[in-house]
Each structure stands twice: as C-alpha cells, then as structure tokens.
Design a protein around this ligand. Structure first.
Ligand code: GLN
Length: 304
C-alpha cells in the first residue's frame, strides 16, 4: 500500500480546520517554534518508509523519550522496576502532583513526569556515564549516530522547571529518588531535549511494532513480552488524561510530547510519527491527534 496519497488528502482536509492551541509556553525554546510545521512518517515492518512534508526536520521529542528510557531501565532492572513506578493510567495531567502525596511517592506510571523522573533516577544509578550511554543505546537501535541532545532546550526547560522540581523533591522525601536530585533532573532535561525527525522516530521505535526486534538491524532490543507490556502502557498512559480518548478515536498505542510530536505503533504492522507543534489543552499535539484519527479511520487500521 502507498500511504502518500492518504497523507496528503487527510492533510488537505485538516489544513482547512482552525489549528487550535499553542506551542508549549512553559519551555521558552519550544514556545517560539514555527507553529505551522507539519511532518509525518510511517515505517512498515517490511522496511518501507513513507514521509510527508517536514518529515526530515528535527524537533524536540520531549516525553516521547520516556518510552525509550523505560525500555533501557526495563532491560537493566527487569520486573523489579514495577516496585518503583506503577502501571495504571493516572487520569491527571502529565505534570500533576496530586496523586503522589496520597500514593507515597510512587508515580502511577512511567509516562507522567513523576514516573519518568523515577526512571531517570534508575538510569543515573545504573549507568556509568548516563548521557553517553543513553545516546549509545539510541544509536544502537537506529544503526547510525544521527541523534543528539539540544543543550539550548535542556537549559531552557531547566530554568523554568518549577513543577518538575516539586515532583522530584516530593518523591525524594518518600525515598523513591536514590540519587542527587540535581543530577537526576539534569539527565531528565537532557533526554527530553533529544531532537529527531519523524523519519528517525519511526525507525527508532520500529522494534515495538516487531515484537522487540529492530527490523532495521535485526537486533533484539527487548523481549517479545517486554515489547507487549511497553505497548500496553503506551495505550493506557501515553496521552495522560487524554489516553482514553486517544484509544477511542485512534486505536493505537502511542506517546506524545510537548514538542508537538506523537509516535504510535501498530504491533505487527508499522510505526507512525506525526509532528505539529500546537498543543491542545491536555498538552498533546492538536493536529497530530486529528491526523492520526483520520488516518486509522481512512485505512481501517486499529488494534481493536
Ligand atoms: N520535558 C517535559 C516536562 O517535563 C516533558 C513533558 C511532555 O512532553 N509531556 O514537562
């Protein structure tokens, strides 16, 4: 199947809509990104790549990276990881503090900020040089060295990180952060700043559509069982308090980031990534969500 025509016909319809929402205002470097950017890529398990518009332009993947940091920590710790972070949807915004106090510093899941900060703490404790090891891990998956951090975006986020600092300190008080708070947060901001194109994203994540094995390098990244569990978490938690709606309308496991990217997986078939920087009120890409809804509807592709 050639997806290019489907991409352009959906885009033509969507571009007549009011693109509501705004770029992420709380990270100044992201606030100023051109809101009209739009890119899509799809990568099949057979190795075919389809791309549309700004698919070769890098953008900050933000929370999409939380899936990759979970994968790396899951490889290190195995099932013990679930003692430190849960597997339940939170029903709260990605940066919420409310459940953490009641639930004694154990975040609901690894994709809200609190959970991803615990995962960052695990990696800081387990890896010798976490920043280098994390990029090495991505390069191993993608088979080249094209991916890097954005110092400017990491710095910009760090200077305005009041909520994230509240989260990490609250968890430290409950004993669920083992390392120095500043060290953990520097690593967290660094990995959130990673920039990729939609073409790179679909390739990096293709192992999750292929039972844990990269269709590019044919290397096993995680076991089949771990891949299944990561996909289940994306399905239930990847869009925070909009996860139910995404399952309802799109029907694929996925993860969004405040850089305007969304990554989704059809297990057994393909990975798809879309980038449009304006966010809706839940912090998920407004046009990106609409695009994926129209796409899975048009081609009749949903896991349900
Ligand atoms: N780095 C961002 C933050 O911590 C990630 C949030 C997101 O992409 N939803 O707030």
């Amino acid at each position: 199947m050639n997806y290019n025509e489907t991409f352009s016909s959906i885009y033509n319809v969507l571009s007549t809509l009011d693109n509501e929402g705004q770029t992420a205002q709380y990270i100044p470097e992201l606030a100023v990104i051109d809101p009209e950017k739009f890119g899509v890529s799809l990568f099949t398990n057979e190795g075919e790549l389809f791309s549309f518009q700004d698919a070769e332009e890098k953008f900050s993947i933000q929370s999409i990276v939380k899936v990759l940091s979970l994968v790396l920590a899951y490889r290190q710790l195995g099932v013990q990881i679930w003692d430190r972070v849960g597997v339940e949807p939170s029903g709260t915004p990605f940066n919420s503090l409310v459940q953490l106090e009641y639930e004694k510093g154990i975040p609901r899941n690894p994709f809200i900020n609190a959970g991803a900060i615990v995962v960052a703490d695990i990696l800081v404790g387990a890896l010798k040089d976490p920043e280098v090891a994390f990029l090495d891990f991505l390069h191993e998956i993608i088979g080249d060295k094209s991916v890097n951090y954005s110092e400017a975006i990491a710095k910009s986020e760090k200077e305005h990180a009041f909520r994230n600092l509240a989260l990490v300190n609250l968890m430290k008080s409950f004993g669920n952060i083992k390392n120095d708070v500043d060290r953990v947060m520097d690593f967290y901001f660094k990995i959130c700043s990673i920039c990729m194109t939609t073409e790179e994203l679909v390739k990096v994540f293709s192992f999750l559509a292929n039972e844990g094995v990269s269709p590019i390098t044919e290397k096993g990244i995680v076991s089949q069982r771990q891949a299944k569990r990561v996909n289940a978490l994306m399905q239930t938690c990847g869009f925070y308090d909009e996860s139910g709606e995404f399952a309802f309308k799109v029907g694929l496991p996925g993860q969004s980031g405040v850089g305007g990217g969304i990554l989704a997986v059809h297990p057994g078939k393909y990975t798809i990534a879309v980038w449009s920087p304006k966010l809706n009120a839940k912090g998920n890409s407004f046009l990106g969500s609409k695009f994926l809804e129209a796409f899975t509807t048009a081609i009749g592709s949903s896991i349900f």
